[in-house]
Design a protein around this ligand. Structure first.
Ligand code: NCD
Ligand code: ZN
Length: 367
C-alpha cells in the first residue's frame, strides 16, 4: 500500500501518520486532546514535561494508561522519560523493557515550559561519570532514542544567549559533542527551527541522527508573529525565526530524506497563560494536526513526499511498525471555530485557544 494523490491533487490518501512530538497534558485537557489525536494519528511520542515530570517507570505506566483511556485502544502511545540530573538508569531500563518507553527527552533547564527539572549543565551529557551521561549510555544500550530540545541558554563564557541564537549555538557547540560521546545512540533533534540546524541535519543525518519538524515552523516566520503587534498565540519554544530559516526547513522537509519526520509539538495552554505578563510558549495544534502539514506540503509542491514524512520515517527511526490504517485528506478550506473548555475557578484558565482560531486551514480530513 502506498500514498495516493488524486489526479487534480485535491485528495490524498496516506497511511495513518505518527506524531513524533506531542504534549497531551493531563485531566480534562488530555480527554479533549486524546480524541482529536486518535482521529488523525496512529500513535504519538508523548512528551514527559507534565507537572510533576515523568521520571520513573511507574509514572510512565500510569501516564500510558491515562493516554490510552483518552485516545482509545487502537492508538499507540510512545512514552518518554524526562531527563533530569538524577534520573535513575535502572528506571530507564525498567520503562524500556516493560512500559513502552520510546526515548528520553532532554530539556535545557529553564528554557521552555516545565523545564525547571531539566539538565542544569549541558556538558553533563558528554562528561563521563555524570548521571545524565550514564543514562544516555543505558539508552544506547537499549536502542531507544534521545530527543533533544536543541537550545542552549548560555555561551561558554557564561553570558546569556539571545533567544534567536539558542538553537544555532546548540547545533554548533553542544550537539556535535553529544554525538561524538555517544556514537551508538539514536538522537532526534526536536522541532528544528533554523537554517543552521537544517544545514547540520542535511550534512550529518543518518540512522542514528534525525529530526522532527513542526507545521508552525514550516508555515510561519517572524513577520507573521509580529505583524501589527506581538501575537501570543504564535509563541513557541523554539521561537519562530526568519523567512530564510522557514525556507531552509521547507527544503529539508521536501528533500525526501528518510531521517526527517513529523512532530507537531502541539502544546495546549489555557488563554490565561498566553495573554498575560509572561506568555507561556506552546499552542494547541492537534485540532488541525495533520491538516496544517498537508497545507505546508502542498505549498511546497511536495505532496508526493508527504506520506513518508508523516507516516513512515518517524516510526522507522524509532523501530515502530507503520500503521496499516489510512486517512484521507481533501483540499478544502475550513475555518477553525471551536475553542476548548476545561474546569477552572481562575479567570481565563478555563479556555484553550487553538492555532488559527477564526482563520482558514486549506486541507481537511475527509468525512
Ligand atoms: C512546550 C510546552 O508547552 O510544553 N512548549 C513549546 O513552546 N513548545 C514545551 C516544549 O516542547 O518546549
Ligand atoms: Zn514540545
Amino acid at each position: 500500500m502506498s500514498a495516493s494523490l488524486s489526479e487534480t491533487g485535491s485528495r490524498l490518501s496516506i497511511r495513518m501518520p505518527f506524531d513524533m512530538h506531542h504534549h497531551v497534558r493531563g485531566g480534562e485537557t488530555l480527554k479533549i486532546v486524546g480524541e482529536m489525536l486518535a482521529q488523525r494519528f496512529a500513535g504519538a511520542i508523548i512528551m514527559p514535561n507534565t507537572q510533576p515530570p515523568i521520571t520513573t517507570a511507574a509514572m510512565v505506566e500510569a501516564y500510558r494508561a491515562e493516554v490510552i483511556a483518552a485516545t482509545g485502544p487502537s492508538f499507540q502511545p510512545l512514552m518518554t522519560l524526562y531527563l533530569t540530573d538524577t534520573l535513575d538508569p535502572a528506571q530507564v531500563r525498567l520503562a524500556r523493557t516493560h512500559h513502552g518507553l520510546a526515548g528520553i527527552k532532554y530539556y535545557p533547564r529553564g528554557l521552555t515550559t516545565n523545564s525547571d527539572s531539566g539538565v542544569a549543565n549541558p556538558a553533563s551529557l558528554w562528561t563521563a561519570g555524570s548521571t545524565p551521561f550514564e543514562v544516555l549510555r543505558t539508552l544506547a544500550d537499549l536502542d531507544a532514542v534521545l530527543l533533544l530540545h536543541a537550545a542552549d541558554g548560555f555561551a561558554a563564557d557564561g553570558s546569556e544567549l539571545d533567544p534567536y541564537d539558542q538553537e544555532t549555538h546548540f547545533v554548533r557547540e553542544t550537539l556535535p559533542r553529544i554525538v561524538e560521546a555517544h556514537p551508538a545512540l539514536k538522537i532526534s533533534v526536536e522541532h528544528l527551527s533554523t537554517k543552521e540546524g537544517a544545514a547540520f541535519m542535511s550534512a550529518n543525518q543518518s540512522a542514528h541522527l534525525g529530526c522532527s519538524l513542526t507545521a508552525q515552523h514550516l508555515l510561519l516566520d517572524r513577520r507573521d508573529v509580529h505583524r501589527g503587534g506581538f501575537r501570543p498565540h504564535m509563541s513557541w519554544w523554539p521561537i519562530i525565526q526568519r523567512e530564510e530559516d522557514k525556507l531552509a526547513l521547507r527544503d529539508l522537509a521536501a528533500s525526501g530524506s528518510p531521517f526527517v519526520w513529523l512532530g507537531s509539538d502541539s502544546a495546549p495552554h489555557p488563554i490565561g497563560k498566553k495573554e498575560t505578563d509572561c506568555c507561556a510558549g506552546g499552542v494547541m495544534m492537534v485540532h488541525a494536526g495533520i491538516e496544517l502539514y498537508a497545507e505546508a506540503f502542498d505549498l511546497m509542491g511536495a505532496l508526493d513526499r508527504f506520506e513518508a514524512f508523516a507516516a513512515l520515517n518517524g516510526p522507522r527511526f524509532y523501530g515502530v511498525a507503520p500503521s496499516d490504517r489510512t486517512i484521507d485528506l481533501v483540499r478544502e478550506d475550513w475555518v477553525v471555530r471551536q475553542t476548548f473548555h476545561i474546569t477552572s475557578d481562575e479567570p481565563r484558565m478555563d479556555e484553550i485557544r487553538p492555532f488559527r482560531l477564526g482563520e482558514k486551514v486549506a486541507w481537511k480530513l475527509a468525512a
